[in-house]
Design a binder for this molecule. Structure first.
Ligand code: HEM
Length: 489
């Protein structure tokens, strides 16, 4: 028995950290000290940490600590001894629900893009969160809605020729977009209440869900704030714009949707990863599964991986910023000029006079010349999107080469995900260039928007595969691994 225990101690250094608290570990200390692969300093560390607080990670020395009380509470909850305490790890059904929600958010982004591309977004001139669910049901009601639309600047300046049937189409697009938004709200809030009540959320996920619910509500309000900018005649005159929504508000709406999507998905990945580890431990029939898992945890906790994580986070942020600059291009219809790539007209970069034109300045002293051109001049905004897209492409490619040379420190399942990143990156750049060259046809532009989300999804999945387990999770897993190895003995 001692022999097996020694194997267990020397091979499963993560488990080691929990054992000094058990009877078995006391029995086993002498053989461990003799073992070649056991270092005395690690043993001392374990002893020291046991007098202060619980050690939660393995051999790397990068231990995180937290108070005894919270751990024992959490552990009790996880083994369902105390149904009044939240579990350490959320139920996997929560993870699946969040994946479903992220799919719905993905689809509403695409529907929103189609609503913009078919120029339907300004057809409903009111915001009625509850009664707006019911569309016009007879010809009289359709006429009423059409008459309201006839008061809008879009009808007066651009659409005075449209028929009732054409109006019905643009109304249905915008109504469908809003209805999907309400449906997502319901499909998020009602299950969240159920999971909360039945204690399927860990306390850590609970507060994330509260934050995501707030962001979801805010998104509806941002949507109406955006539409209002296209209905307000004074604002349009001030912007010197045709009746379209402000590019700032469009990008805020797009950005909030992307953040909601990424937040939901990140939480889902975390829960599903944790459940996958649990399943692997619980169903492991021999120590090799646990050893493999230990190797993964060692890699995830290793200080050598810190730099890779930092780069991956920066790349996620860069891809997000590039997507937001795409929102500005879409908001200004800047894809309808300079439809060549890589050249813009005769040159790679248009002249300085065109990029920083005084036409866009609204102050007599031109003190706003720079920032107004950077954010409101379609030529400059398109150039910025090209530069950011090229930078994103180069940075992700260089990182791919860098990561390929660090196979020893990057877990294999993370490394595999980066191949998917490269695939979606290539697709996205191809779609972007095609959208530009073919003058923004609806199918290509919609695919380019969806492609941005797909690319962000893979980069986020990569980051989540590099994330080390939370201290509470690690502690719980340590305990399970110990129990499982004992059972196998
Ligand atoms: C990493 C690469 C890229 C990302 C993440 C990205 C992202 C985006 C996003 C999110 C939009 C807004 C779509 C919408 O709201 O409808 C957009 C628009 C646009 N992008 Fe990109 N883009 C990338 C590369 C490119 C490239 C290389 C080009 C070509 C030079 C390009 C050209 C355009 C054009 C023309 C639009 C406006 C389309 C419209 O009006 O609907 N993009 N991009």
């Amino acid at each position: 028995m001692l022999c097996k225990t020694r194997f267990f101690f020397t091979q499963n250094s993560l488990v080691l950290n929990t054992l000094h608290r058990s009877k078995v570990s006391r029995l086993s200390i002498a053989p461990i000290l003799k073992s070649r692969s056991f270092t005395f300093s690690r043993f001392l560390n374990n002893i020291r940490s046991s007098t202060r607080s619980y050690t939660t990670v393995g051999t790397t020395g990068a231990a995180s600590t937290f108070p005894k009380a919270s751990i024992s509470d959490a552990l009790k909850a996880s083994v369902k001894q105390n149904p009044k305490v939240d579990p350490v790890i959320s139920d996997k059904s929560v993870g699946y629900w969040l994946i479903g929600t992220s799919g719905l958010v993905f689809s509403i982004v695409v529907v929103g893009g189609l609503t913009r591309l078919t120029e339907s977004g300004l057809s409903i001139t009111e915001w009625k969160p509850v009664t707006g669910t019911i569309p016009p049901l007879n010809e009289v009601e359709w006429e009423e809605e059409f008459n309201k639309y006839k008061e809008s600047p879009e009808f007066k300046q651009l659409n005075s020729h449209i028929t009732l049937d054409e109006f019905k189409f643009i109304f249905s697009m915008e109504w469908g977009h809003r209805l999907l938004g309400r449906t997502i709200g319901m499909l998020f809030i009602l299950p969240a209440l159920y999971f909360w009540k039945t204690r399927k959320f860990s306390s850590h996920v609970k507060w994330k869900v509260v934050g995501l619910t707030a962001l979801l509500g805010l998104q509806g309000a941002i949507g109406w704030w955006m539409v209002k900018s296209g209905l307000d005649e004074e604002g349009l005159a001030e912007r010197n714009s045709k009746p379209t929504v402000s590019q700032y508000r469009l990008t805020t709406h797009l950005g909030a949707a992307f953040l909601l999507y990424l937040g939901v998905l990140w939480t889902a990945f975390e829960i599903l990863n944790e459940n996958k580890w649990l399943k692997q431990i619980k169903t492991s029939s021999d120590s090799s599964v646990i050893n493999n898992l230990n190797t993964v945890f060692e890699k995830l906790n290793s200080p050598a991986l810190k730099r890779v994580k930092l780069y991956a986070g920066a790349l996620l942020a860069l891809t997000f910023i590039t997507a937001m600059s795409g929102g500005m291009v879409a908001g200004l219809d800047a894809g309808l000029i300079y439809n060549t790539f890589p050249l813009m007209g005769e040159d790679y970069i248009p002249s300085k006079n065109e990029l920083f034109s005084p036409i866009f300045s609204r102050k007599d002293d031109h003190s706003d010349l720079w920032w107004r051109n950077l954010l409101e001049n379609p030529t400059t905004v398109q150039l910025i999107h090209r530069i950011l897209a090229t930078t994103t492409f180069t940075a992700l490619t260089v990182f791919h080469l860098y990561a390929n040379r660090r196979k020893a420190i990057i877990p294999r399942h993370a490394a595999k995900m980066f191949h998917a990143v490269m695939g979606f990156l290539t697709l996205q750049v191809t779609l972007g260039i095609s959208t530009l060259i073919y003058l923004v046809p609806i199918p290509l532009a919609a695919a380019h928007q969806a492609g941005a989300l797909a690319l962000l999804t893979t980069v986020l999945a990569y980051c989540s595969r590099l994330k080390k387990p939370r201290p509470e999770t690690m502690h719980y897993i340590n305990k399970l691994m110990k129990d499982q190895l004992m059972k196998q003995k």
